[in-house]
Ligand binder design. Structure first.
Ligand code: PRX
Length: 636
């Protein structure tokens, strides 16, 4: 994929769903539903909220009095665990499979709703017995295993706020997030399986706790089984705690206000410090379940596989919460898509009869590279719908996914959204026509637009900034501990409005279809992971040899982007291959393997504006041998 290929604003090529797909779709007439939702947004969301269980009905759907700090379903009492678990075990669904787990080594586990509910209850009681109560933060740092989901749901059930840190982050990143959330409890595992080897999570967790002594208790799930040191009085095995009498299978669900916090999830922004995005029980449950229901058309007989990690927002919304709220059966697979062979995913699809597969362009491109023979060895006829998320999907990968995996009969739901938005904002539904590379049109209730710097709507084909003009129930409520930063980052680009600024540039075409181009801020998407240039730069500068650093994203065929870094060295240090290796190791330790630059170059100066801002645009152009554009503001 070249940068240009993604940027093509419109193709006249349409792909229409089959009659069968349209007939089954929850929403068959997008236009009418969209117009109804815009005409009476509060009535629309109230009707959606009525499909869920509440201890007490809300008094007001939306309180705008302190915008952009919106409140949804004001006065409503609920708990997302009431909807994801408690209500199902009172119906026939108690015996339905909720989770089908496959470990990378090939081990399998299944959980009915009844069993999952019991495990969550038991662990909720364990956490309560440790003094964790409503509002307390709990950090979770684990691999992709059922206990991660159990831990998250247990926190929700007792009213604790979970902060999940992706298992690919380093001790430093983990420590920062523990510190920011002030978590007294950390839940981790001995290790995680990845491509046949063990990622030693407990070891990393120990180092993080050493840096962040706020943690009093560490709960450790045994997954990989190697010896790990356990610190007496601080560290406890999960299985030991779950065997105690205190871990009863009955656990009262905490009654939460609709606006009480559910979780914090850290994401990258323009400055170095990660932002703790906060979501709440009420609006989030309504938004995630509605979007999943309508976009992926979930039915009781479906087997839904969202192949993301629960440690990212995609996993939070569309593995842990929405599928369970809808009473779906879902698949979780622990390991790498190409381990031990590039057919691992296709084998899983065949074995479990997966009907809906939701993944990321980087995974699709990665698997596409191995050729068609691998998927062709498997019966993929159970598939009905496909999905993509995380970055723009280039038409070539889209068509491969559509033709080779979906056999030309499974529409691809290219869902555009963000950690901050809670759920899909611009997305197809199964009944609409698709154009490869476009995320199509906004979900009902969402007023999206592409505007210029003055806020005027851009005409078709003209690039501008993607904004959302009105609030929606799944939107972030604040940045944890820093509400001003939320206003500044997302809601202050257009004075006199409360438009949400996504940070993406986009175009609309003549049909009103959106084409997302990419980030306009200093955020790089590497394999769909979101990294801030500032995080990588401060990571590099924390090495004793580096005085100054600049990081940029360069288009890459498989990963979307890779990182190039430019370093100015301190006096007395010489650039060498050994130093490149040392800096890569340093970044691995400071942030994690996902942030390692694929190229590090030593330079004597960085291109800067006269006011001292690094001109990453110039570095990017030079790295790709492209014209440097206007460099009149470049310092001598
Ligand atoms: O640039 C957009 C890109 O991912 C960013 C959000 O990243 P994150 O918060 O990590 O959430 C990713 C998963 C929801 C957006 O600002 N992005 C996400 N989905 C798409 C996308 N870009 C193009 N097309 C998409 N479908």
């Amino acid at each position: 994929m070249s940068a240009e290929e993604t940027f093509v604003p419109s193709t006249s090529e349409w792909f229409y769903p089959t009659e069968d797909i349209v007939k089954q779709a929850a929403i068959q007439d997008y236009e009418t539903v969209y117009q109804e939702a815009i005409a009476d947004s509060e009535g629309f969301w109230a009707r959606r909220a009525e499909t869920l269980a509440w201890y007490q009905r809300w008094e007001k759907v939306l309180d705008k009095s302190n915008a952009p700090f919106y409140k949804w379903f004001v006065g409503g009492k609920t708990n997302i665990a009431l909807n994801a678990l408690d209500r199902h075990v009172k119906t026939w669904r108690r015996n339905k499979l909720a989770l089908i787990f496959e470990g990378e080594p090939g081990d399998k586990q299944t959980f009915s709703y009844w069993r999952l509910w019991q495990e969550v209850n038991k662990f909720g009681n364990v956490l309560r017995s440790m003094g964790i109560k409503k509002g307390d933060r709990v950090t979770i740092y684990m691999g992709r295993i059922p206990e991660l989901i159990i831990a998250m749901l247990a926190c929700a059930k007792i009213g604790a706020v979970h902060s999940v840190v992706y298992g690919g982050f380093s001790e430093h990143a983990l420590a920062d997030r523990i510190e920011d959330a002030q978590s007294r409890v950390l839940i981790t595992c001995d290790g995680a399986w990845l491509r046949g080897s063990i990622v030693e999570l407990k070891k990393i967790a120990d180092q993080a706790v050493h840096r962040s002594p706020v943690v009093e208790t560490v709960i450790v799930v045994k997954r990989t089984g190697q010896d790990v040191p356990m610190q007496a009085g601080r560290d406890f095995w999960y299985h030991d705690l779950m065997a105690l009498p205190i871990a009863s299978t009955k656990c009262e669900t905490e009654v939460m206000d609709a606006e009480d916090p559910l979780f914090i999830l850290y994401t990258s922004g323009t400055t170095g410090k990660p932002k703790g995005i906060l979501h709440t029980h009420g609006g989030y449950q309504v938004y995630t379940s509605t979007t999943l229901n309508w976009v992926f058309d979930i039915k009781d007989e479906d087997r839904f596989w969202c192949a993301a990690d629960p440690g990212w927002i995609t996993g939070h919304s569309y593995i842990v919460y929405a599928p369970l709220i809808l009473g779906a059966t879902e698949i979780i697979y622990e390991g790498a898509p190409n381990y031990p062979y590039p057919n691992r995913w296709w084998k899983i699809v065949e074995e479990y009869g997966v009907t809906i597969l939701y993944t990321a362009p980087t995974a699709i491109r990665g698997l596409m590279r191995f050729g068609d023979a691998w998927p062709k060895r498997h019966d993929l006829s159970s598939l009905r719908l496909l999905g993509s998320v995380g970055e723009p999907i280039n038409p070539e990968a889209w068509k491969w996914f559509y033709n080779v995996i979906g056999k030309g009969k499974c529409p691809i739901m290219d869902t555009w959204w963000m950690t901050e938005t809670g759920g899909f904002l611009i997305t197809p539904m199964p009944s609409v026509g698709l154009k490869p590379g476009s995320c199509t049109r906004p979900f009902p209730g969402i007023e999206a637009d592409v505007v210029d710097d003055s806020g005027k709507s851009c005409p078709p084909g003209v690039e501008g900034k993607l904004v959302i003009k009105t609030p929606w129930p799944g939107m972030l409520r604040t940045i944890y501990g820093d509400p001003d930063r939320m206003v500044k980052t997302y809601f202050s680009a257009y004075p006199g409005t409360h438009w949400y600024l996504a940070g993406d540039s986009a175009r609309k075409d003549e049909d009103g279809y959106f084409w997302v181009i990419g980030r306009i801020d200093d955020v790089i998407k590497v394999s769909g992971y979101r990294l801030g240039t500032a995080e990588i730069e401060s990571g590099l500068v924390s090495h004793p040899a580096v005085a100054e650093a600049a990081a940029i994203g360069i288009p890459d065929e498989v990963r979307g982007n890779v990182i190039y870094a430019y370093c100015v060295l301190r006096q007395g240090h010489q650039g060498s291959e050994a130093l490149v290796d040392a800096l890569k190791t340093h970044i691995r330790n400071e942030i994690g393997p996902i942030a390692i630059p694929s190229k590090i170059e030593f330079v004597s100066v960085l291109p800067k504006t006269r006011s001292g801002k690094i001109m990453r645009r110039v570095l990017k152009a030079r790295a790709q041998g492209l014209p440097e554009g206007d460099i009149s503001t470049l310092e001598e």
